[in-house]
Design a protein around this ligand. Structure first.
Ligand SMILES: Nc1ccn([C@H]2C[C@H](O)[C@@H](COP(=O)(O)O)O2)c(=O)n1
Length: 220
């Protein structure tokens, strides 16, 4: 008969660590600060929700093939679930090797603007839930008037943006006018750090300071 070993019957000298004294250095992803945390305390240096979702929008933007401006958007439900992401790119079927990426051609037909789908539009269309009503959209650049219409019509209730550098353009003035009229709030997010570095080698770091892996051969 199989004998089950309960948690309190496990080998203490293998599994337990001295929780009051054992600690490890936690080098943060951006390498800017090193803090020592005890293993039985909650991490303090974790990302806020706003930083996390804005960073997600920035990561998504890395998929964009636009040579000048890469924009990402991330739609988040009221219970903090990501329900859609998108970046600026050519429509499905419009080969992005053949469509223009420039913007200074005298012929409008030979510039990108007639063709590129904006990040916000793609995020709404890529949604993986029934709808995006009452959601928040995180996006690096303030939405243009066309995206504002899509945001409003889809039921999104909040826009969080990083930069409004084109605020002087009539498109953005129109966006704000529509957002205000339709009750969509917007706010600028200031990230808590200027840089977040993703270091894939981190997964193998701290090996010497981490508690030893329990010897599973002791369990039956
Ligand atoms: N809220 C925004 C603003 C812009 N985009 C896209 C559209 C273009 O691909 C690019 C802007 O190009 P630029 O005029 O800076 O050469 O960014 C977007 O997706 N969402």
């Amino acid at each position: 008969m199989e004998h089950q070993i309960n948690a309190d019957e496990s080998e203490p000298e293998i599994c337990s660590i001295n929780e009051t004294t054992q600690c490890y250095d936690n080098v943060t992803a951006d390498n800017t600060s090193i803090e020592t945390e005890t293993l039985n305390e909650k991490r303090k240096n974790y990302l806020s929700w706003d930083d996390f979702f804005m960073a997600t929008a920035f990561l998504v933007a890395k998929r964009s093939k636009d040579p000048v401006t890469q924009v990402g958007a991330c739609i988040v439900s009221p219970d903090k679930k990501i329900v859609g992401t998108g970046y600026n790119g050519m429509p499905i079927g419009c080969n992005d090797d053949n469509f223009p990426w420039g913007k200074n051609n005298p012929s409008k037909l030979e510039n990108k603007y007639f063709y590129v789908c904006h990040a916000e539009m793609n995020a709404v269309l890529n949604k993986n839930s029934m709808d995006v009503r009452n959601c928040t959209i995180y996006v690096a650049l303030f939405p243009c008037n066309e995206c504002a219409k899509i945001i409003i019509q889809s039921g999104i209730k909040e826009v969080v943006y990083l930069s409004d550098k084109y605020s002087f353009k009539p498109e953005m003035v129109a966006s704000k006018r529509m957002f205000k009229a339709s009750g969509v709030s917007f706010r600028q997010h200031t990230p808590s750090k200027q840089q977040l570095v993703l270091d894939f080698s981190e997964v193998n770091s701290n090996m010497t300071q981490m508690p030893s892996t329990p010897d599973k051969s002791n369990y039956k």
